[in-house]
Unconditional design. Structure first.
Length: 334
């Protein structure tokens, strides 16, 4: 029975666990592990890297600067990267994503060449960066409205995953919230002898305004409409997130992600409790990053403490694996 061993005041004084810094440290069970953090990186062809105005400190990287960056990350003790590619050309069906010589396959090879197995190289599987309309798949008109054609998109999603696998990615991470995407990718990978390549599913991904700065970074804002037809409704019953996770696990997902992080810690915690033993990740997204940066630049908050407290909260809620734009800085702070 919980707490039955507490004698009560004055025999019990919980302050005793807090007064001395050493005792405080020994009482901690939540730990931050930069070797389980993943830094999202944006890569683009070009002569020079381009700073991302809404994400201070981050750039759309040329392959040359990307190579330098992954080496620095390895030295900083960060565990992995998530690659987002900005293609040279976009079209209605995102064909750039299927190009074996595209920016992402080249970045994967560059990372593996630079740091080998010292860094987990994950690729984002989605089409919003590759389509001229900015939606996450092939569009179809139905009843006067445009929507992402789920089943048609499944085929190209599987193909894109295969392209990344062939380039040498350690893991693929589909983020499009297309029903059946995990199963389609698993099947394609298995049929092509990639039975051991794991999939991290953006399983519970909400239609969030916190993705704003990312869409500047990845040049992936939808040209019309929004993503509410496929990403989760923030006001949906939380159990819907559990259904998403259960479906993805049945289709073969190896790791599960909840996204965004801080506004959805309740979801994270429920997933953790409902699916013990499944490696759980949280994506501390661009808007969460930029809000902290903006407030820190204004001198309103202590950036370092706010960031570490945020990462602690995410770990405490159940995700030791954290995708965060603070990965490099925070690893240095620890
Ligand atoms: C692509 C994708 C998005 C993010 C990750 N993958 C944008 C979106 O869904 O609109 C957002 C990440 C962030 O905000 O940091 N579908």
């Amino acid at each position: 029975m919980p707490f039955s061993f507490d004698a009560g005041f004055p025999t019990t004084r919980l302050r005793r666990l807090r007064q001395h810094p050493l005792v405080r440290r020994f009482s901690q069970t939540v730990t931050l592990s930069p070797d389980k953090w993943i830094l999202p990186l944006f890569v683009k062809d070009g002569a020079e890297s381009v700073p991302i105005a809404s994400m201070p400190g981050h750039r759309q990287l040329t392959l040359t600067d990307f190579r330098t960056e992954v080496k620095e990350l390895k030295d900083a003790g960060v565990g992995g990267i998530m690659i987002f590619g900005i293609p040279n050309a976009k079209d209605a069906v995102g064909s750039g994503a299927m190009n074996e010589e595209g920016i992402v396959p080249r970045a994967v090879k560059t990372a593996k060449d630079a740091v080998g197995d010292d860094l987990l190289v994950v690729t984002d599987i989605c089409f919003c960066e590759y389509t001229d309309h900015g939606h996450c798949g092939i569009l179809k008109e139905r009843g006067g409205r445009w929507e992402v054609d789920n089943d048609e998109t499944l085929e190209i999603v599987a193909f894109q995953a295969l392209v990344h696998a062939r380039a040498g990615a350690d893991m693929v991470a589909p983020s499009g919230m297309i029903d059946g995407m995990i199963g389609a990718i698993r099947k394609a990978l298995d049929e092509n002898d990639y039975t051991d390549l794991p999939i991290m599913s953006y399983a519970a991904k909400y239609a969030s305004a916190f993705y704003g700065p990312f869409r500047d970074a990845a040049e992936s804002a939808p040209k019309f409409g929004d993503r509410r037809g496929y990403q989760m409704d923030p006001a949906a019953d939380p159990a819907q997130a559990l259904r998403e996770v259960a479906l993805d696990l049945r289709e073969g997902a190896d790791m599960i992600m909840v996204k965004p992080a801080l506004p959805y810690l309740d979801i994270l915690s429920q997933v953790k409790q409902t699916f013990p033993g499944v490696p759980l990740a949280a994506y501390h997204v661009s808007g969460e990053f930029s809000m902290i940066k903006a407030a820190a630049a204004a001198g309103w908050i202590d950036e370092k403490r706010i960031v570490l407290e945020s990462l602690n909260s995410i770990a405490r809620a159940g995700a030791p694996i954290i995708l965060t734009y603070f990965a490099k800085e925070a690893a240095a702070w620890l």
